[in-house]
Design a binder for this molecule. Structure first.
Ligand code: SF4
Ligand code: SF4
Length: 145
């Protein structure tokens, strides 16, 4: 399934940032980015590992993207992507959860399972759904799993 961070339906926008990315670059590695043919789970060629080498001239798709941790102050700091290894973002009807395949167990831990089930339940109440990706593994989740 193609992932795309060209988020026409994304609910976030750059002026909604509530936190700072710091040296996190997870969204420069995990998603597929159609605009510059970046495959999933491969670092963008401009990614330095702690930032973007072309930050001032980065593409609009990168300027527009913010994960849920960045936009929602109520989203616990536990889910900081750099430390949780889990990137969550809202894309129209879809809540996308990308798990760093270098940490394939990250989403299987009890606390993560409970949180993901809650996000899925919350999405379902809004008529939305959640899809989790971890490398080649894909799962669509509803409120009950
Ligand atoms: S995953 Fe979130 S916190 Fe990390 S660089 Fe991307 S927007 Fe920033
Ligand atoms: S161009 Fe920069 S901000 Fe965009 S994905 Fe590549 S490293 Fe990240």
């Amino acid at each position: 399934m193609a992932l795309d961070i060209h988020l026409a339906g994304q609910t976030a926008s750059a002026d909604q940032a509530q936190r700072s990315c710091g040296s996190c670059t997870l969204c420069c590695r995990l998603p597929e980015i159609d605009e510059f043919a970046k495959p999933p789970d491969v670092a963008c060629s401009h990614c330095t590992g702690s930032g973007c080498a072309i930050y001032d001239g980065r593409p609009q798709v990168c300027r527009d993207f913010l994960c849920r941790w960045m936009t929602n102050p109520a989203f616990p700091d536990t889910w900081r992507p750099q430390t949780s290894h889990i990137l969550v973002y809202d894309q129209g009807q879809q809540v996308t959860v990308l798990v760093d395949p270098d940490y394939p167990e990250a989403w299987r831990e009890e606390a993560a399972q409970a949180a993901i089930a809650q996000w899925a339940a919350d999405a379902e109440k809004e008529g939305r759904y959640l899809i989790l990706f971890c490398g080649d593994y894909v799962e669509k989740m509803g409120a009950r799993r």
